[in-house]
Design a protein around this ligand. Structure first.
Ligand code: ADP
Ligand code: FBP
Ligand code: MG
Length: 346
């Protein structure tokens, strides 16, 4: 089937590099004479008919810009029969021949559903700062988040040292510890707590006290937003657990951890939650490069009719993998990286 009109949308949380990917999709499509329609606010634009032709001019200058010029949302396109019908009607109205969906595990699961249930010709592009998608070695956005978090840790070091304080730095990553471990290692954190390895508060305090006995009166602890205390030593109340580990929203473990550390060690402790600074702003060169390669690859996959597949990085190469594989699991923090992080605990 010849593709004349290609839709493209960005869904889920934004990630630095989305605009680079959009630009790449448009530039590659232009080479093949394919018209690109940008769909606004993720699936929302397809449900409500908010689209815009993306031309050479509309994508000019966006390569180094954070966010996404199309906007994004966390809407499910198949939530109800009525919503699914609106998607179908708009697909016909805009004469879409195929769609490139740039998203994380949630958005790509929806894309897979649409492909499987209704045979929509969809190609996926992975994005997330969390780096937790299977089937690809890296997702764009991750490198930028890592840089932001590393710089923050560097800055916290000097103030921690001046005040003899413990600094708790809470980072994003959902159920995976990639940002925490990566930035923790790069920034020289003294303790790194990740979702993959429940922590014992007694061990955390032991490390802090040991550092103090060595004349290291300050410490930096990086804690991932979904890092849990070990059930043996769970110091959270049921209410606290429910509040900080919500299914769709995480955040707050840093403050509870800091409170407990102060209580158990008497060392003055402060908290910094990096939050959305990790997702905002200019993408690193690496993320621009990865996003560009994935965007080009996705259009090539559309041309080759590889629907239900996702562009991915494996080793040094662009490959296509079934979306089903990418969303079948969460790519958890690698054991080797965690062991490397542990070398520097204390
Ligand atoms: N398993 C799923 N099947 C279908 N739709 C899903 C699934 N998981 C999430 N979604 C939809 O995709 C939206 C985006 O997912 P989310 O996890 O928020 O972003 P991301 O694409 O970055 O992972 C969710 O709000 C939800 O409506
Ligand atoms: O933007 P929201 O809804 O507050 O979500 C915050 C979550 O989004 C992320 O920044 C990125 O996650 P996704 O790539 O799945 O969207 C997570 O690290 C964080 O837990
Ligand atoms: Mg997700």
């Amino acid at each position: 089937m010849e593709v004349r009109t290609l839709g493209v949308l960005t869904g889920g949380g934004d990630a630095p590099g989305l605009n680079a990917a959009l630009r790449a999709v448009v530039r590659r499509a232009m080479q093949y004479g394919i018209r690109v329609l940008g769909i606004h606010q993720g699936w929302n634009g397809l449900i409500h008919g908010r689209v815009e032709p993306l031309t050479r001019y509309s994508i000019s200058g966006i390569l180094p810009r954070g966010g996404t010029i199309l906007g994004t949302s966390r809407i499910n396109p198949l939530e109800t029969d009525e919503v699914a019908e609106r998607v179908r009607a708009n697909w016909r109205k805009y004469e879409l021949d195929a769609l490139v969906v740039i998203g994380g595990e949630g958005t790509l699961s929806a894309a897979l559903d649409m492909h499987r249930r209704y045979d929509y010709p969809i190609v996926g592009v992975p994005k997330t700062i969390d780096n937790d998608l299977c089937g690809t070695d890296m997702t764009f956005g991750f490198d930028t988040a890592l840089s932001v978090a590393t710089e923050a840790i560097d800055r916290l070091h000097t103030t921690a040292e001046s005040h003899d304080r413990v600094m708790v730095v809470e980072v994003m990553g959902r159920h995976a510890g990639w940002i925490a471990a990566g930035a923790g290692i790069a920034g020289g954190a003294d303790i790194i707590l990740v979702p993959e390895h429940p922590f014992r508060i007694s061990e955390v305090c032991q490390i802090l006290n040991h550092r103090k006995s060595l004349g290291r009166f300050f410490s930096i602890i990086v804690v991932a937003e979904d890092a849990h205390p070990h059930p043996d030593e769970d110091f959270l109340t049921a209410e606290e657990r429910e509040r900080v580990f919500q299914h769709t929203r995480l955040g707050g473990i840093g403050h509870l951890l800091a409170q407990k550390i102060e209580e158990l060690t008497g060392i003055e402790t402060r908290v910094t939650v990096l939050g959305y600074t990790q997702r905002g702003g200019v993408p690193t060169a690496y993320d621009r490069l990865l996003a560009t390669r994935l965007g080009v690859k996705a259009v090539d996959m559309v041309r080759a009719g590889e629907f239900g597949y996702m562009a991915a990085l494996q080793g040094q190469h662009m490959v296509s993998v079934p979306i089903a594989h990418a969303v079948s699991c969460i790519k958890r923090l690698d054991d080797e990286l965690y062991e490397t992080a542990r070398v520097f605990f204390g």
